[in-house]
Design a protein. Structure first.
Length: 47
């Protein structure tokens, strides 16, 4: 649902602003937060 490349670009452009990132990625804030949690749980990134 969220491309890792698109997520990385949105994270950089919007400096982690969840609302702006969700709009850019075309997902709800809940989906974005779930994706962030998935990345955190998998050890890909730290919160």
């Amino acid at each position: 649902m969220i491309s890792p490349v698109d997520y990385g670009m949105a994270e950089t452009v919007y400096e982690g602003n969840a609302w702006m990132m969700a709009v850019e990625l075309g997902v709800t804030i809940q989906v974005l937060e779930d994706y962030r949690q998935l990345l955190y749980d998998s050890g890909v990134c730290a919160q």
